[in-house]
Design a protein around this ligand. Sequence first.
Ligand code: FES
Length: 107
Amino acid sequence: MPSVTYTQPNGTQQTLQVESGTTLMRAAVNNGVDGIIGECGGQAMCATCHVYVRPEYAQALPDISDDEDEMLDCATAERTDSSRLACQIQLNAELSEIVVDIPVGQL
Ligand code: FES
């Protein structure tokens, strides 16, 4: 089963095993992970699911769509090269493990 590790700004980590096909946003919201809100329900329209993906996992990620790119510019926390929307990243056979850092604020 794919796994995702969320790292809080204070360094605390939480690892979840999730069904293939689950997005990083949905896994976080369903399991009460602090710092990922998912206000728009995963439509790439709110940026409250902004995360920083650790560089070692960047290769396995899908390309950033125009919608995601635009929303990342609206994120509350600083956008960096590792910024992604957690609702646009799905765990599956190609991406069976990932570690992300949660920004200090989403609103
Ligand atoms: S949940 Fe709204 S952009 Fe990801």
